[in-house]
Design a protein. Structure first.
Length: 300
């Protein structure tokens, strides 16, 4: 249930970002998202009387994690969506497990490359090329958008791995860690929002509601779920919530934003997810279980 809910919230986030951009600049969308999320999380910690982390070492880890999972990728995705559709941004986000898988073995000693990883990465990278439709060529604007979203995904890959390495064993409750992380991200973006931000004169009500949902649900509630999942799973499994994220991103993008869906986008996303399944050994385990069942039936 945590995976499904988190996938839905992060999938809808691309829709909410697109609406928020109608009211303010990308850096302001990212900052407002974090500020609203931090406010919601701090209220939850106050109501539940959950203490925030108390040591400087924990706050140092949360500060670094906020850069990797919040301030940098949120700004990059917001900027990317000024040039590409919310649907395409959500599909690019499906690359997160691939980047996590590449990074994890170099940081986490207990996670290593497996025989099927090379094949899986090859399939996944092919999927990325199909998603963005490399044969069509790119204009400068679209290339900037795709590059920004891919940069955000790389940040996520490092972030999931860092969280698993440094925060999964902490005794603090998920809501306390999430509140500290999102608060750090808010403070990181505050000077950039003041210096480079711009709020449009016309601010539709739908944009304001979307920003509220983006912060409270897509950042506040979502990061409580994320910390809980990271605590109980490996970095690659935790990041595989992006199996569901592109599905929700496509549905809401097409249904509520009227965006188009080209044939290559779902096909490329499917290839990415197949590649991730290979790298995580899911297909090999399923095939092994099937062969064992066949042998059992034959012997019986």
């Amino acid at each position: 249930m945590s995976f499904v809910l988190l996938g839905a919230l992060w999938g809808c986030s691309f829709w909410w970002i697109k609406l928020g951009l109608r009211a303010m600049s990308p850096v302001d969308v990212a900052f407002t998202r974090l500020a609203a999320g931090a406010t919601a999380l701090l209220v939850i910690t106050a109501i539940t009387r959950t203490p925030l982390p108390r040591t400087w070492e924990k706050w140092r880890h949360l500060f670094i994690l906020a850069v990797l999972l919040n301030s940098a990728p949120f700004t990059l995705f917001s900027y990317g969506e000024t040039h590409i559709s919310a649907v395409l941004a959500g599909l690019i986000n499906a690359c997160t497990p691939l980047t996590t898988l590449i990074v994890a073995p170099f940081i986490l000693r207990h996670e290593s490359f497996r025989p099927m990883i090379v094949a899986g990465l090859g399939i996944g990278l092919l999927g990325v090329l199909v998603v963005i439709g490399v044969w069509n060529g790119f204009g400068a604007s679209q290339l900037l958008g795709i590059g920004a979203c891919l940069g955000a995904v790389v940040c996520y890959g490092f972030g999931f791995t860092y969280a698993r390495s440094h925060l999964s064993s902490l005794p603090d409750k998920p809501v306390a860690l999430a509140a500290g992380q999102v608060l750090c991200g808010t403070l990181q973006l505050l000077p950039f929002s003041l210096a480079f931000g711009h709020v449009h004169a016309h601010r539709p009500l739908s944009s304001l509601l979307a920003l509220g949902a983006l912060g409270i649900l897509g950042t506040g509630v979502a990061y409580i779920l994320n910390f809980d999942i990271v605590r109980h799973a490996s970095a690659t499994v935790a990041s595989s919530v992006t199996y569901l994220t592109p599905v929700f991103a496509v549905v809401v993008g097409v249904a509520f934003l009227g965006e188009s869906l080209s044939w290559n986008e779902p096909l490329g996303a499917l290839l990415i997810l197949v590649g991730v399944a290979f790298t995580q050994g899911r297909i090999h385990r399923r095939a092994h279980r099937t062969s064992d069942e066949v042998r059992t039936q034959q012997t019986s």
